[in-house]
Design a binder for this molecule. Structure first.
Ligand SMILES: Cc1cc2nc3c(=O)[nH]c(=O)nc-3n(C[C@H](O)[C@H](O)[C@H](O)COP(=O)(O)OP(=O)(O)OC[C@H]3O[C@@H](n4cnc5c(N)ncnc54)[C@H](O)[C@@H]3O)c2cc1C
Length: 391
């Protein structure tokens, strides 16, 4: 949940700068090709791609769409969230790492294509991603990551400088990455899903799924029938394979602030300890979004983490005012890769475990699941197989 209760200036910037939605609850008695449960980036992307392929879809959202983890994000769309490729090659081998690299390039391209073909006004902006370190101990790791990323075909540079307004030791630059306003993007997609035999239903809490050739999704507003079901509820609410046993939840903290001097264009990730930066245009000028600090999912006093993040930000930037702050959670699987694909129940799919990287992984989930439903092969089927921990 994106916490909204800290003070009057707190809450997700993305949520505060979009209108409320008002889709109707489910009308019982309907049948569609695919029911998608969950109105975050994973569910809305899957529904969009399936509808574009010609299927009738219904998105069921317990509350209002795009109000949970997806508004807790910092919305950097990047082929790497942090340092991953050296470890991926070590752990899974180069062939698997190459497929994951391809998936991440394709997810970025997919978002760009949807923004362009549907003409979505969501501040989509191409910009580089820099992964940097402030410690000389981190330099060797960045050099290793540079070699791995280059080996996998990424357009990367290793530099001893970057545009940040404070001293760093070295950084790895991925060119042509992107950032956007995630709620503007997803609300625009949702408006296109609803209509012509497809639906977005809000205030409709899914309770269970009855398996069979035709599936029945039971909700607090009645049932809906479908040939396929996609569980995109962040943590799966329907979990015949006990996937939750392989999800490790954590929380991270964000603030939106104004600085006295202009902050450089780009997205920046300090790899350890993790801090990230990006900017977004607002009516009051350029807002700098700083994220960092990590905790258990449930903490008694979140102020400790916000205070630490604010101290960190003030030590690094000339802060004029802190305008927004929020926190949210995400889950990391036991092997660090998302779980995307079919459950042990035929034609019931799941997408979870995005590891604080759901702009890419949530988009990949939509792409993989829509491909599988359409009968296409997916090169990611085995790698992201949700059942891989059960074999
Ligand atoms: C602080 C932070 C920063 C991040 N920054 C980035 C970043 O820069 N780049 C990046 O790629 N990723 C980032 N992420 C990760 C990314 O935000 C998430 O991985 C992603 O938003 C998860 O999307 P989702 O669709 O799985 O979940 P959600 O957005 O939570 O959507 C799930 C939906 O399902 C609904 N639901 C749940 N149960 C039911 C039910 N029974 N019936 C009906 N509906 C139900 C919920 O109400 C919710 O709307 C960040 C995450 C955090 C916490």
């Amino acid at each position: 949940m994106a916490d909204q209760d800290l003070n009057e200036n707190s809450g997700s910037y993305w949520l505060k700068t979009c209108p409320e939605t008002n889709f109707q609850p489910l009308k019982p008695g309907l049948k569609v090709d695919t029911v998608i449960i969950g109105g975050g980036i994973a569910g809305i992307t899957a529904a969009t791609l399936l509808k574009d392929m010609g299927y009738d879809v219904a998105v069921l959202e317990a509350d209002r769409i795009v109000k949970e983890v997806t508004v807790g994000t910092t919305a950097k769309i990047s082929v790497a969230p942090n340092m991953i490729y050296h470890d991926l090659i070590e752990k899974f081998g180069k062939n698997v790492a190459l497929k994951i690299a391809k998936a991440n390039k394709n997810a970025l391209k997919q978002i760009e294509e949807l923004v362009s073909t549907k003409n979505i006004d969501c501040e989509f902006h191409k910009t580089p991603l820099y992964i940097y370190t402030e410690s000389s101990a981190g330099m060797k790791k960045i050099e290793e990551e540079y070699i791995a990323a280059k080996d996998l075909g990424f357009d990367v540079e290793l530099n001893d400088h970057n545009p940040l307004p404070f001293k760093t030791m070295c950084s790895l630059k991925y060119t042509n990455q992107a950032q956007f306003h995630p709620r503007k993007y997803l609300l625009a997609l949702a408006m296109e899903i609803d209509g012509n035999g497809s639906h977005v239903f809000e205030k409709t809490h899914a309770i269970t799924v009855h398996d069979g050739d035709v599936k029945e999704v039971v909700t607090d507003k009645g049932s809906i029938m479908a040939s396929n079901v996609v569980i995109a509820t962040h943590t799966p609410f329907y979990d015949p394979d006990h996937l939750k046993d392989h999800l490790n939840q954590g929380r991270s903290y964000v603030m939106g602030l104004y600085t006295k001097k202009e902050f450089p264009d780009g997205m920046f990730v300090e790899f350890n300890p993790v801090h990230t930066y990006r900017t977004t245009p607002t009516s009051e000028g350029q807002l700098v979004i700083v994220a960092g600090e990590h905790s258990e999912m449930y903490v008694e006093n979140s102020h400790i983490y916000y205070d630490r993040l604010e101290t960190y930000a003030r030590n690094h930037l000339d802060v004029e005012s802190v305008k927004y702050r929020w926190s949210s959670h995400d889950s990391v699987t036991d092997d660090g890769l998302p779980m995307i694909g079919m459950t042990s129940k035929n034609s019931i799919y799941v997408a979870t475990g995005f590891g604080f990287w759901g702009m890419n992984n949530g988009t990949t989930a939509g792409m993989v699941i829509s491909d599988l439903i359409h009968g296409n092969e997916s090169y990611l089927k085995d790698i992201f197989d949700p059942l891989r921990f059960n074999y």
